[in-house]
Write a protein that binds this ligand. Structure first.
Ligand SMILES: C[S@@+](CC[C@H](N)C(=O)[O-])C[C@H]1O[C@@H](n2cnc3c(N)ncnc32)[C@H](O)[C@@H]1O
Length: 270
């Protein structure tokens, strides 16, 4: 008999499959993304007020450590999974491995800016900055940088639609996205070009790219779910079309979403 705290994986998968099959097809656009995240990020102000130190802010108790089903080393797993910590350590590892000389980074779609505070704390000499679509995200990110005394600059930008004069931050050695391009069912070619134009060495993108999902049950369900929620389309093709880039890709072992198999793309300028 399974322990009550450990729900059955088979039951979960069945319920999830029915949910994905029945859920209506969404239509994601700039307005819906902005509305969704503006409300979400504004609510983080209370967590920032409650955080007594940076660790509490980077891994918010009761928010970032909730037990649930997740993708753990390629297996359907249940429990607490500190996914934010995991993704940040993957990012940091890729930065060290592929761009060891990098002195500056800019995140695009930085949310409330926690990835950058993490990097800045780990490597104080790194110049770090971030752009974010939603004003409440920028406001919370700036307040957090100030609260924890870390020199990270945040600015508001729509990297798909805004004109060149909105790119007010200096170019960085390395630019990156972490689950931000995922919000783009259209226009990914333009977004990558805009983002890459702000880098001297290259880019790192950790994003769900369904073309790279495995062909097992969860991989196939994940592809269907990704399409239903109108997530990122055509990323791999868009990257391969760009000239003068060295591309390397690896699939991550784990993910917060049990139907997600994120990819890490490293784009190095020749
Ligand atoms: C899932 S959140 C990830 C936030 C952050 N990267 C992290 O790892 O915590 C996606 C973020 O991308 C931002 N975003 C989506 N489309 C954007 C765009 N066109 N320009 C700038 N930011 C965008 C959203 O507003 C949201 O804050």
């Amino acid at each position: 008999m399974p322990h009550l705290d450990h729900p059955s994986s088979a039951g979960f998968l069945l319920r999830k499959a029915l949910f994905v099959l029945r859920r209506p097809k969404m239509n994601r656009n700039a307005v819906s993304v902005s509305e969704e995240y503006s409300a979400g990020w504004a609510s983080y102000l209370k967590y920032l007020d409650q955080a007594s130190d940076l660790r509490d802010w980077l891994l918010i108790p009761g928010v970032d450590d909730e037990a649930g089903f997740y993708n753990g080393q390629g297996k359907l797993s249940w429990g607490e999974f500190a996914c934010a910590e995991y993704y940040r350590s993957v990012l940091q590892g890729l930065l060290a491995k592929h761009f060891p000389s990098a002195q500056s980074v800019t995140e695009f779609g930085a949310g409330v800016g926690r990835n950058l505070l993490y990097l800045k704390e780990q490597r104080p000499e790194l110049r770090a900055a971030g752009y974010e679509l939603c004003a409440p995200g920028v406001d919370v990110a700036r307040a957090a940088a100030q609260k924890f005394g870390l020199d990270v600059r945040y600015e508001q930008l729509d990297y798909l639609r805004d004109p060149p004069e909105k790119y007010v931050l200096p170019k960085a050695d390395v630019v990156f996205t972490l689950f931000s391009l995922e919000q783009l069912p259209d226009g990914v070619d333009r977004a990558i070009e805009n983002i890459l134009a702000q880098a001297t060495l290259g880019a790192i993108h950790i994003e769900p790219v369904p073309e790279n999902y495995p062909f097992g049950l969860r991989g196939l369900l994940g592809r269907l779910d990704h399409w239903k929620v109108d997530y990122l389309a055509g990323f791999d093709r868009a990257v391969r079309r760009l000239r003068g880039l060295q591309v390397s890709v690896e699939r991550l072992e784990s993910a917060h979403n049990p139907l997600m198999f994120p990819s890490a793309y490293v784009l190095r300028k020749a």
